[in-house]
Design a protein. Structure first.
Lengths: 422, 422, 422
């Protein structure tokens, strides 16, 4: 059905939708649903920004290649013969054919299946049949993609003018991730789920735990939703006492971690920054070792050089990713929009590269909490998107206690579109 | 393929298509096929007009809720604790999530699954966790939807400015439907079919019986197509005699019904009215009791207070509905466009609420005629839509005898779009 | 993801894309991917041009009808009672319903299933019930479609102003096809495949054999890719000698064929012509009889009046068709775009009408080479389209040796759009 007011007039410009946004409220519907806004989002947030796409440890050996599809783009992550990670556009310089299909493969050269144009792993075109003597191969190398490794997490920027402030992300996260040695971890499991909603609803869903208690029984065993904000007035005297005890314990743990050389304090997103992230080392509930069904470590072999199971959960949010680095394993998720109302969430579970399935970890036990949580969130995002598409929707108020991060994300989102001329 | 004339020019405005329409002819192709016309149709005919969506008897008890999806809108029909029927937009006032999924459920409160915002059945927001002391719940009630009950048939208007002339529909139909007590009937069966054609082709198909003889063998056992117009010159002398006999019998039956207190005469649509409907009490063929395979009653328990199986077929057309109320059962259909070339037809078969399946009625016998007819019509609508989308299509002439109702519908359709500024 | 340069500006006009095309290079991405270009392509190349759609021998007997769907158009090929082939738009002149479904049927009249309007096989409306005395049937004949038969191959033009230079196609091909008597052949097998790419990628793929060696092991048994261009500098001395031997043999064969009354020399497309085609009689490899798995005839009964298995492969390209006429059988393919990124390729295998399956030919043996080749090409086209849709794609250089026909096709394509006002 059509919106109430003059639906046969031209829809407002994106800039008008952005101007319409009320602080403290969810976004106007069109920003979640319109095709032109989706194109703008793709341009700004997935083309001009740094986005998390993969892991160094997905190409552990020279000749390993891994293709990631990002909307209409496709990039090849590979490790060359000198052990250097490289990222290329998956587009032959002849007539544009894809060089490799999605997923992993092992290559000695990159040979286009169409006409056998053949590229070195360094990207140089070494052979192009029937192109004649005058053909200049040197200007037909594979196009490289800008990328950085943030402690082993690969972020790419598809544009030629990547935001410089990714340095803050790197400087913040390298020391936090170093002990986990994610560069040399192993992907124990990977799972794709397509959420039937806009990517911003996926991100909003991830940035609050207001919905956890009612929806995530498995996650709530280890997750402490108090850390994500609450209205103190709604707590019973007993709960208030418990909350105070938790906050005191959390402050002590943070101080102890920092003292032991593990940076832990919260680093917050900057609304006026280009690269949006938040990190903090959090306590887990129960015995506090892992986001597992019983909060005990799900992998006996700890990550990297870690020998303490109680280093908590290093939590990292980006605008298309969330991550939890625990002593025994890590969970790394990336978000790739497929359309205004369709979003791919790719979740990977990482363990130490020498951890052995069936010996050091049971795959079901390792993956069950976030598998369940991801499915529950997909349903919530679908119901949200359906409601927001309804002409009866109007932006509602965020809880200042439990949804402050959403307000901050929305403000950053609006500002970035404006900065890029929308 | 593209249209013949200058296909690389901008397509004509909707207003030009409307102006192009020739009286006595089917509509220009674009009015059936274009995306912008579909959006205009949704705005005018499914947002600003009264549309049939459900039945009081779908929520028979306090706490019964029934969700109907109408394009991007979704409405909750429910009966509150004071036995009052209410209709709400199925959109949480927080971040817009759907409150209930499609179909029926039983509720004591409406609790949003996302963050447990909790509404009374009267629509008031009674609980919203973590929103703080200053939060004003009173301005966050569920949004009500305008609705009327026409003898138990629920019509909604999604806009805030519903057409006033629905009163004529109510005044006409309440006395006609009273004896059938549709408010307290029972839905014995419901069936959704998606027709691969524009909604107006679905409605045109329903408003003539010119196609019945060649396509609806089951329906033609009870339906008398003479009542829907024919060219007298094409009848054989024998057929002409039979037609005259039928018209005399029909006139007598109408007079008898009226004398017995059953309003029966035709009430015609007004081309300049907003709310488009037609009703008339019709004879059925054979023994004349029901649109069943043998024209005998398909349900032994008659509807409401009726004790005469020969009260004919009270036939009611709206712009998104058709209905047949017979002594033993009623057939109620609603039409919900899903896209320019996709239309949902939802058919329900009603019987007395105390009628027992297997005792008073056999479900197959009750539903077989309209199940077959609906499938046959779906195929006709699909073939029509395909042909109308062909650049070789040009509007063809309606039969003045057998398709006069289509001409009247088309004129009303064009006028309504124009009145609403298209 | 969005293109690099100012993606939030309006996309360039089609004319700007056309002007942007670099000679010797593949087309700008938008010409393969954009919706508006697809509409323009449909208008110019599938509505205003002659397109290959079927065969006289698909309607061998009076009353045979065969429906071909061409985007939103649908045409009926039929043979009337006087043995004359006719082509009509498959649209009833009443309310536009399709008269016949896709595929073959046998008819004595064309009766619309909706309201039984009944047309003679000559197209005249002979009966329209209930239309009244004043109704003029004579202006409601079925709309004929312009068509020509090129040696039994039916080309239609959906517009009223078909290009006149189809005469050159007819004059060229009639004498070449006459001995094969395609008018009286038999369709032994037909196969539809939907390629997930733009139709021009399908055509480009067909117009070069640069990709054959790496992709078509079955076809390369009989196909001689030397005839499609190569860089002589890349040949080894041995290969160069073999190439020279082939060219000499080919020149002799052409001279011999011509002397025996079989026109064989290449006829090239005219860049400034409307109707784009190329034909030449080619040698086949091995024993040279057929594009079969072992190059021997796959059908014992030769086509038409042919008694020599070594007449080579009469190869005919149009802008939506490719064909191979060999002594024992012919392969005829038509290309129908379904969307910017979806193209139907319909392949038919023809044999002598009296050839008997299981006696004169084995269907698997007859069809295996082109079935495999078509599947391989579909994969290549899909990978091409995906890469061309990637913002990192830029038009690449055609091989002047092996892809000259693509450059010629691209130039013709651009010119035709410009001539038609794009």
């Amino acid at each position: 059905m059509a919106p109430a007011s003059s639906p046969h007039q031209a829809p407002p410009a994106i800039s008008a939708l952005l101007a319409e946004r009320l602080p403290g409220h969810s976004l106007p519907a069109g920003l979640y649903t319109r095709d032109d806004v989706f194109a703008a989002d793709m341009d700004v947030f997935f083309y001009r920004h740094w986005i998390a796409v993969g892991l160094e440890c997905e190409v552990p050996e020279p000749g390993d290649a891994h293709v990631v599809e990002l909307g209409k783009s496709s990039v090849i992550l590979l490790r060359d013969d000198d052990n250097i990670v490289r990222v290329y556009h998956n587009v032959c310089r002849h007539r544009g054919s894809r060089l490799l299909g999605p997923g992993s493969s092992i290559v000695s050269r990159l040979v286009c299946p169409y006409h056998q144009w053949t590229y070195e792993l360094t990207g140089e075109l070494m052979h192009a049949p029937h192109m004649g003597q005058d053909f200049d191969r040197s200007c037909r190398s594979l196009k490289p993609v800008n990328f950085v490794s943030v402690g082993g997490l690969i972020y790419v920027c598809l544009s030629d003018d990547p935001p410089a402030d990714v340095s803050r992300l790197i400087e913040t996260m390298e020391p936090r991730l170093a002990p986990y040695d994610i560069r040399n971890a192993k992907v124990a499991h990977s799972c794709d789920i397509v959420e039937r909603g806009n990517w911003k609803l996926t991100i909003e869903n991830n940035r609050e735990c207001y919905h956890c208690l009612g929806n995530h029984p498995e996650l709530c065993v280890s997750f402490i939703d108090l850390d994500f904000g609450y209205d103190p007035a709604t707590l019973s005297p007993d709960d208030r006492e418990r909350a105070a005890a938790h906050h005191a314990r959390f402050a002590r743990a943070t101080a102890d971690w920092e003292a032991a050389g593990y940076p832990s304090a919260a680093v917050l997103p900057r609304v006026d920054g280009d690269t949006n992230f938040r990190t903090q080392r959090l306590l887990m509930d129960g015995v506090g070792e892992s986001q597992s069904p019983d909060t005990r470590a799900a992998c006996a072999r700890l990550l990297g050089t870690i020998d303490d199971k109680l280093l908590g959960d290093v939590h990292l949010w980006g605008h298309n990713t969330w991550n939890h680095f625990m002593g025994d394993h890590a969970v790394v998720a990336t978000v790739i929009p497929l359309g205004p109302d369709e979003t791919l969430v790719r979740t990977k579970w990482l363990v130490h590269k020498d951890a052995v399935e069936g010996v050091d970890y049971d795959l079901d036990r390792l993956t069950s909490v976030w598998t369940a949580t991801t499915r529950q969130d997909a349903a919530l995002v679908e119901h949200s998107h359906a409601g927001i598409s309804d002409p009866a929707y109007e932006p509602g108020p965020y809880s200042t206690f439990a949804e402050a991060e959403l307000d901050s994300f929305a403000a950053w989102y609006v500002r970035q579109l404006q900065v890029h001329g929308y």
